[in-house]
Design a protein around this ligand. Structure first.
Ligand code: XIL
Length: 452
């Protein structure tokens, strides 16, 4: 204990001395040695609107006096980054990993992104083919259409898996890729249920969205009651994020890193979760950094609810996004909404705020309550049509954002009778696109109409 105090005193004295040696003006003091500052390499791309084989690359690295090089993934090695945008042709079908290497003060930072190319050109959002309206995924040519599932449903096969494969191309686990399932006790990981879902997606050419690394509602009790220091807690979280992302690397394209971190009340303070208590107010940034370190190729999202219905919560989320800077790739706006609200203008504001920040948008967790006031005992055709109109509105808003901001629109459930909302609100409802017999509802056709 005593030794520690002496050491702290020494460090403090040394630091004060080092600081006060700045600019002595005697001509002998060389002044402080500049500390090299790193820059974070980043770039965005779009597909040329006149030639689908041409990729337009834009170096968006912030800072000054750095040099940068591209590796276009075409086997030509590194080339200098010229002023303005770069246009690169990809003629041969395949996967290409593009790298931007930035060097400043001897420190190197690399950003990488992978694109897919087929005979018709570069596939938007890694989605090749498509263009017909015989399924949701083929009608939505510029973004993924997501659905949730469970390992038991995948194992059960039948109409559930047949519908997944036919209609959707982005799979999310409803609850088995959450911390309470994957990290049930200290030192133990269980990815078995997640693997069933991810392997199925791989076998059927679907993207996988990882939901979710950190969520206060899916935190195992051993983490809530963590026995150890704050530093040990943080090391445990880093190990959990790294182990999980490494396990699914190359198979899970994107992650919700943190979910629902804000309170709903006045000022939307950060929820006082165990993560905030032990890691501090910047725990979100730390978690994003752990995730980025583990897989620089994965797209990283912050996900929350009431983003459309609450302008003040939206503002709090966008402030977080601004603070995260290049650590975050996209915003997940849970779309647990109702047939009669929030308004189109408020939904549009979610899109506008995300697009203006150059981030990807995930309309995640879409379900549209048909019975929010509990005035129905069965779904009337009038209400089903109003619900369909809201599906159309949501899809139309999403489909109108620029290609580079598109990612996925994910519905939180396949059949009405399986919706989590039935338990959550405890009233009858029919919030999804398929009825309990897998029949397509007007909501399904509303989705398709929103794409036109
Ligand atoms: C829900 C699942 O649907 C349930 O099966 C589970 O018991 C609890 O979580 N917001 C989220 C989702 O981010 O993870 C939640 O999913 C629904 C609310």
């Amino acid at each position: 204990m005593k030794m520690k105090k002496i050491l702290i005193l020494f460090v403090l004295t040394f630091t004060m001395f080092a600081c006060s040696s700045d600019g002595g003006g005697n001509g002998l003091d060389p002044g402080p040695v500049p500390i090299p500052t790193a820059v974070q390499a980043s770039f965005v791309y779009t597909i040329s609107t006149t030639d689908s084989h041409v990729l337009i690359l834009d170096n968006t690295t912030e800072g000054e006096e750095f040099v940068s090089y591209w590796d276009y993934g075409l086997g030509g090695g590194n080339v200098n980054d010229g002023p303005g945008i770069e246009e690169v042709r990809y003629d041969t079908p395949g996967n290409y990993t593009i790298k931007l290497i930035v060097i400043k003060d001897g420190l190197t930072s690399t950003a990488t992104k992978t694109i897919k190319v087929d005979e018709s050109g570069i596939c938007p959002n890694a989605l090749c083919g498509g263009g017909s309206s015989d399924s949701l995924k083929s009608a939505a040519t510029t973004f993924s259409v997501g659905m949730i599932t469970r390992a038991s449903w995948i194992n059960g096969g039948g109409q559930h898996t047949a519908t997944l494969v036919k209609e959707f191309n982005n799979l999310t686990s409803e609850y088995e890729i959450k911390m309470n399932v994957m990290h049930p006790s200290q030192g133990n990981f269980d990815f078995s249920a997640g693997d069933v879902i991810v392997d199925f997606a791989q076998a059927n050419n679907m993207n996988v969205h990882g939901h979710v690394l950190i969520w206060h509602n899916a935190t195992p009790s051993w983490v809530e009651n963590f026995a150890g220091t704050d530093a040990e807690f943080e090391a445990m979280v880093e190990n959990y994020i790294t182990t999980t992302i490494n396990h699914f690397k190359g198979k899970v394209r994107s992650w919700d890193v943190v979910n629902e971190a804000f309170e709903d009340g006045t000022g939307h303070p950060l929820r006082n979760s165990v993560f905030r208590q032990k890691m501090g107010d910047d725990y979100i940034k730390k978690c994003f950094q752990f995730a980025r370190n583990a897989d620089p190729n994965a797209l990283l999202f912050y996900n929350d609810y009431n983003v459309a219905s609450s302008p003040t919560k939206r503002a709090a989320i966008f402030t977080l996004v601004d603070n995260l800077g290049s650590l975050i790739d996209g915003v997940g706006a849970q779309m647990h909404i109702s047939y009669n609200g929030p308004s189109a203008a408020n939904i549009q504001a979610v899109a506008d705020g995300t697009v203006s920040r150059g981030k990807k948008l995930h309309f995640s967790e879409l379900d549209i309550r048909a019975n929010p006031n509990n005035d129905l005992t069965s779904l009337t055709s009038v209400r089903a049509d109003l619900q369909a109109a809201k599906f159309k509105e949501v899809v139309k808003i999403y489909n109108s954002i620029p290609l580079e901001n598109k990612f996925a629109l994910t519905t939180w459930g396949l059949r009405d009778n399986e919706s989590w909302l039935l338990d959550f609100w405890g009233v009858p409802d029919w919030p999804l696109m398929f009825d309990e017999n897998y029949n397509k509802k007007p909501a399904y056709y509303g989705f398709l109409e929103g794409l036109q």
